[in-house]
Design a protein around this ligand. Structure first.
Ligand code: COA
Ligand code: AMP
Length: 622
């Protein structure tokens, strides 16, 4: 089938289309109805089917001729370690970990928070939860105690899984103090905290609550796969919204497995047995989908890399991994390529390795900017494909459907809507716009399999955030347009979400933190353009009483507060004290105008501006 035929079929008859794709999986019991709606009007895929995602990812392959094939390659330049697991070894490790969780009271539907660095136990414990029908919630290691505490309160886990430390290049980041302080802060206390001691740091254990991972494993017996319903939750993944409270995106089991399997061939053109590497982190959605679930459900070998694109030890790190493990497809964020390009502009380090196995490079997390695209295409002579994604969908909404029919690349575009996603560009009033008209990107309901089915514990927030702006559509929060050939161009967020080095962050949350400083009257945080990281947050602060205040000291203090509350990953390192913020006469802060000024872009002075001099002051300070 051509892309056009496949796409048409998915839009004309979604239930028939996905019923057909679902036949590629080994269900315990197929769904009696493929697409249903609940009493809230929310769509579900394969709701009453029975399956187990861990079974599909591991046991199925062990039972069907892949027991000896490598399932997982752990490559850790920061510790100098490598380890391979066959499908059988991984299944056994996961079954034992599931037994350990079960000994600690975890059963179907219970939540487990996972706060682990990029080590095999992260992937093993995710799959162990899936095996028991428990719901995992992985928290990215770069987040501070408060962020972890907020997630503990929201997900109310029985168990917290962690390790003594993560390693950032050569800096050992001790996790235990972060975990202890998060549990102290949280109203919800997990009954047990199971901790893996790594040789790089020895964590102090608290009697009665903390459990040594190794000892807990020794006391465990392997656990079997527990059948769950298609609509039962597989995981909760928190992502930034416009306020300080992150949104717990809920992913189901059934639709997710179908989309993962389909995408591995239709988008990534992978065959079972081949090596796929998503150089991301299991704390992000890309890590969930394409380090863990997608490649394993498809019978591929996946790479778990504990390192950076540069500095571990140099900008040749990615090419070393590709060459050593015979990676066929690499998937990472453009910021990683920009970092490599900056260090090794001629891609000379790549020439030291035989990377003839590499057939495709995929980028997502932010727009693949044309200069980075050109550099990759010129240096590596393989297709370089951008695709557009969100935590909410769990897989790409627009892509070059490489496994179906490769389309010509237009730099700056993520190509065409993926089958199942009825993407439309709407104006303020919800009217559909035509080619080359920029507007809000919305997806006509029903969303295809794998997209979020609710926000954990808050279906009203799910409806108001995503479904009510344009009735009958899901609002993506991104703006953009289709060109005359139907290519989609994503122009960025239309809300307070920014993207820093591929990490999704909320400027609204940063404003809430800065606003807590006793000397701050009001503030605005915007995302300014950055050559390496795509965007970086920048604050504008108005003081309550400037008499006697030391602006530099206050700037240092608000920067420290954001690092303290969100974590180093926020990369909030720049703020200016100003006399007033530019506002409309009705008091709305002109963030868009601020952004244009900081980025040196052209802008129209809004007719509603209250005090144009506020802009002059900022221009003078920059
Ligand atoms: N645990 C603890 N701290 C972490 C962390 C983690 N897992 N990840 C990042 N941090 C810290 C960093 O050490 C840094 O701290 P610092 O301010 O003290 O230096 C801070 O958070 C910002 O990190 P980052 O944005 O990653 O910047 P960097 O300068 O360390 O590295 C890149 C820059 C481009 C190499 C890196 O951002 C990168 O590899 N990005 C790819 C992101 C990605 O894979 N995204 C997933 C979507 S596909
Ligand atoms: P996350 O939920 O962390 O995956 O971030 C999702 C957001 O990242 C999207 O809403 C976009 O703003 C941005 N994004 C992700 N991939 C792309 C892409 N290929 N092109 C443009 N923006 C992207």
């Amino acid at each position: 089938m051509t892309y056009k035929e496949e796409y048409r079929a998915s839009i004309d008859d979604p239930a028939g289309f996905w019923a057909d794709k679902a036949r590629d999986l080994d269900w315990f019991k197929p769904a009696s109805e493929v697409l249903t709606q609940d009493e809230q009007g929310i769509h579900h895929w394969f709701a009453d089917a029975e399956l187990n995602t861990c079974y599909l990812a591991l046991d199925f392959h062990v039972n069907n001729g892949r027991a000896q094939q490598t399932a997982l390659i752990y490559d850790s330049p920061v510790t100098g370690q490598q380890k391979k697991y066959s499908y059988r070894e991984l299944r056994d490790a996961v079954a034992l970990c599931a037994g350990m969780l079960s000994n600690h009271g975890v059963g179907k539907g219970d939540r487990v928070v996972i706060y682990l660095p990029m080590i095999p136990e992260a992937l093993i414990s995710m799959l162990a939860c899936a095996r028991l029908g428990a719901v995992h919630s992985v928290v990215f290691g770069g987040f501070a105690p408060l962020e972890l505490a907020v997630r503990l309160n929201d997900a109310t886990p029985k168990v917290l899984l962690t390790a003594s430390c993560g390693i950032e290049v050569n800096r050992v980041v001790e996790y235990k103090p972060i975990v202890d302080s998060a549990i102290d802060m949280a109203q919800h206390k997990p009954a047990s905290c199971i901790l893996l001691q790594r040789p790089q740091a020895q964590a102090e254990m608290k009697n009665g609550r903390d459990v040594d991972w190794q000892q807990a494993l020794e006391a465990a017996a392997p656990a079997d796969c527990v059948p769950v319903k298609g609509s039962d939750p597989l995981y909760i993944l928190y992502t930034s919204g416009t306020t300080g409270k992150p949104k717990g995106v809920v992913r189901d089991n059934g639709g997710h497995a179908v989309a993962m399997k389909y995408s591995m061939t239709a988008i990534y053109d992978m065959q079972p047995g081949e090596v796929f590497w998503a150089a991301s982190d299991v704390g992000w959605v890309v890590g969930h989908s394409y380090i863990v679930y997608g490649p394993l459900i498809h019978g591929c070998t996946t790479v778990l890399y504990e390192g950076k694109p540069i500095m571990t030890p140099d900008a040749g790190a990615f090419w070393r991994v590709i060459s050593e493990h015979r990676v066929k497809a690499l998937f990472t964020a453009p910021t990683a390529f920009r970092a490599i390009k900056k260090e090794d502009p001629q891609a000379e380090l790549a020439r030291q390795y035989d990377i003839s196995c590499l057939q495709t490079i995929f980028a997502a997390g932010e727009r693949l900017d044309p200069p980075t695209y050109e550099w990759l295409a010129d240096s590596f002579h393989v297709p370089v494909l951008d695709h557009w994604w969100q935590t909410e969908t769990g897989w790409s909404i627009a892509a070059n459907m490489h496994g179906l029919e490769s389309m010509p690349v237009k730099p700056g575009s993520s190509t065409v809507p993926v089958p199942g996603f009825n993407v439309q560009i709407l104006d303020d009033s919800g009217r559909q716009l035509g080619a080359n008209e920029q507007g809000f990107i919305a997806i006509k309901l029903p969303l295809p399999p794998s997209c979020l089915t609710t926000i954990w514990g808050d279906v009203e927030r799910f409806k108001s955030n995503y479904l009510e702006t344009y009735p009958g559509y899901f609002s993506t929060g991104d703006g953009g347009y289709f060109d005359e050939d139907g290519y989609l161009f994503i122009m960025g967020r239309v809300d307070d979400v920014i993207n820093v080095a591929g990490h999704r962050l909320s400027t609204g949350e940063m404003e809430e933190i800065v606003g807590k400083h006793p000397m701050v009257a009001e503030c605005a945080v915007i995302g300014r353009r950055d050559e390496l990281k795509g965007q970086l947050p920048m604050g504008f602060v108005v003081l309550k009483n400037s008499a006697g205040a030391k602006p530099e000291q206050i700037v240092d203090e608000v920067i420290a507060m954001v690092r303290q509350d969100i974590g180093a990953v926020a990369a909030f390192k720049q703020a200016l004290v100003v006399a007033r913020l530019p506002k409309t006469r009705s008091g709305k802060i002109l963030r868009k105008t601020l952004r244009a000024i900081v980025d040196g872009d052209e802008y129209l002075l809004p007719s509603t501006i209250e005090d144009p001099a506020a802009l002059d002051e900022i221009k003078a300070l920059l």
